[in-house]
Design a protein around this ligand. Sequence first.
Ligand code: SF4
Length: 389
Amino acid sequence: MRVEGRKLALVGLEPAELTHLVGTLPGAKPFTPAQIYAWLYSKRARSFAAMSNLTLPMRRELERMFEIGLPTLENLSCSTDGTRKYLFKMTDGELIESVWIPEPGRNTMCLSTQVGCRMGCRFCATGLMGLKRNLAGGEIVGQALCVLDDIGYRDRRVNVVFMGMGEGLDNYENVMKAFRLLTDPDGIAISSRRITLSTVGLVPGIERLATERRAPKLAISLNSPFDHERSDIMPVNRKYTIASLMDAVAGFMSAQHAGKRIRLNERVTFEYVLLKGVNDTPAHARELIRIVRRVPAKLNLLAFNPTPSLPFERPDEPWIESFKQILLDADVPVSFRRSRGRDIGAACGQLVTAHRSQPGQKRHDEPPLTPVRVATKPAGVRGIQEPSG
Ligand code: SF4
């Protein structure tokens, strides 16, 4: 985002944009934009002075005209389980959160896509904030660069989930720009198969995603198999019913398979937050099974983490167990996950709301979550790995 009086940020620019901007600077060679691009995203230089293969006059000119443009770290909380939660301040002063979730054999970054959110899910504190603004592509990818810098992480085998603050499909262009930058082999070079976009089910966005040549994997925050109940806890369902959502998901998977963009055994993730007395009965489990069977699906099940400002409770353990067992008995791939970083309030939105002294919890109720148990039925179905919000 451009703020008056500040130089233009280079992080967030794609190769053609960078060429347009710096290719005509005095002394620029045809390869200069590619050099700068590599410094920004691949070699991760954090000053123009560090771009050692550029001439000194070029480095001075860049310094005069531009800034690298990464978010400012406002606060960092480190959990005993290794989870790191970042509170970033944008150039206009708005605050967002990102999370680093280390696990044996895999590491995941959870990124925000908006400041606040207008979807109004009743179990989510970010929803209580309302939407302040979309994040620019550079602000989304900038979170990833800052987190990787902090960790000192240079391995490209890292997972990215768009499930921090905000609804990714409500900020489609910027999220896809961030996706392209994150996956560009000449830049950050994370595999597109390691990137997941979580959505409450904005049908036009899913349909549009199906037309993309390359797209992130899809996770659907479902939370009830019944329209009237889902509409109550997730207002988006009043506009896009479960049937229309499943049509769009089926279309997305068909398009992905037709374009050979995903493996044949790829599955859509459905996230389900168990809310006591709301969506945790055997009838819910049975209807959930019926719905998700329409597409290759896996279920991420989690129990609500109670927060004073939100009118829900965590189901009792026997109810959770019996819900899980019904899914397992039906041979639906399911994982049940525990939250990470509870000691640092790693639920998305908690840091921002605490910073602003507002009540709240976060997105999709729990956020950075990690699987503790994976059931794989039928044989050959891989366990669910990615966290979801
Ligand atoms: S759960 Fe996600 S989509 Fe719903 S209000 Fe929270 S951030 Fe927005």
